[in-house]
Design a protein around this ligand. Structure first.
Ligand SMILES: [Mg+2]
Length: 344
């Protein structure tokens, strides 16, 4: 078994703004497992916000690599437990490794991952398409360009006055479903003022209105909010779930936060036990990580898997989106294949 990682620079079609920053490129780590019969893929798209970097992902992978070579990969649950003991603080690296191992198992059994997991393909699920923060004119232009996507997720949280104005203008232009992610950018006063207006505009829900760690304030906001509040930056593991029903209505689960699909499914079970709605989210990442997540999408209430749709140079081909609906590749494992380099 050969296992190696390399870094890929992804270019975004347009600059992508969220409350803390705007970016036009993202670097990710691609893991390749090659046993001579199949080449299998995993991906880690680290976020500095969670104290992970390209270096930390690759260092964690090097630490865990011997387990991949020594162990029987089909026994993925005990394997991932050992890997979690080896690299407990590196969920992005664990998610990347787990994707490649699931790809390996699916390819050897010749079935797609959703079937291996006993799940339906997510054919009736629609993903939202994200509009990053920009000037009002550019955001309106992006809304027009995203005509093929019936659900829009609008990034807000940098300036409450701009947020209210842009949402009013977007609502005037379109009757499509709107969701909002403030990425923790509002003060409690701004959040309440904005959320009341967003409710009048028919916004379905608001994600992470207040900064990470403001849980008491979030609970006060939830009591006053006319629309559901989802947490993203604040939720990583099941052990905080007991308090969550007082704080939010739903949670955003991402593979880089949970450390992979197995833990994401455990979180789903916990969320439903606590009466929380679930959303499946992503980072800026290639079709490898997006398709991996899409394999479990049928189990979620809301889907936000558009990180690859924002790229101009996705090096992989995998899950497709048609009118917002997820269309899985008819191939075993993750079902992703490298795109051919364009002819020059
Ligand atoms: Mg979010």
């Amino acid at each position: 078994m050969k296992a190696s990682t390399h870094i890929v620079t992804l270019n975004l079609t347009d600059p992508f703004g969220v409350a803390p920053y705007t970016r036009s490129k993202k670097k990710v780590v691609i893991l390749t497992l090659d046993d001579g019969e199949f080449v299998c893929y995993g991906e880690g798209s680290p976020s500095r916000y969670y104290n992970e970097t390209l270096v930390s992902v690759r260092t964690a992978f090097k630490k865990a690599k011997r387990l991949l070579v020594e162990q029987e990969l089909f026994y993925i649950e005990p394997l991932m437990e050992r890997i979690a003991q080896c690299i407990p603080r590196d969920p992005t690296a664990r998610a990347m490794i787990e994707m490649a191992v699931f790809d390996y198992i699916g390819k050897h059994l010749n079935i797609p991952l959703y079937k291996l997991l006993g799940l339906y393909p997510p054919e009736d699920k629609q993903t939202s398409f994200t509009i990053g923060i920009d000037t009002i004119d550019i955001m309106l232009e992006k809304v027009e360009k995203a005509v093929d996507y019936p659900i829009l997720k609008i990034k807000l949280g940098r300036d409450a006055k701009h947020d209210i104005e842009v949402m009013r203008r977007i609502r005037k232009r379109t009757g499509r479903a709107l969701r909002v992610d403030a990425n923790g950018g509002w003060t409690p006063e701004e959040a309440l003022r904005c959320i009341k207006i967003l409710a009048d505009l028919g916004v379905e829900y608001v994600e992470q209105p207040l900064g990470r760690g403001s849980l008491r304030r979030m609970a006060e906001l939830k009591m006053k909010s006319p629309i559901p509040i989802f947490l993203d930056e604040d939720v990583h593991r099941c052990d905080t779930f007991k308090e969550l029903p007082d704080i939010c209505d739903g949670i955003n689960i991402k593979l880089i936060k949970t450390g992979g699909i197995l833990e994401a499914r455990r979180m789903l079970t916990c969320a439903s036990a606590f009466g929380l709605k679930t959303m499946l989210g992503c980072m800026i990442e290639t079709s490898v990580a997006i398709t991996a997540a899409a394999h479990i999408a049928s189990a979620f209430d809301y889907i936000d898997l558009d990180g690859n749709l924002l790229l101009s140079n996705d090096p992989f081909d995998g899950m497709k989106v048609e009118k917002g609906y997820l269309r899985m590749p008819e191939r075993p494992g993750l079902g992703v294949i490298p795109r051919r380099a364009p002819k020059i």
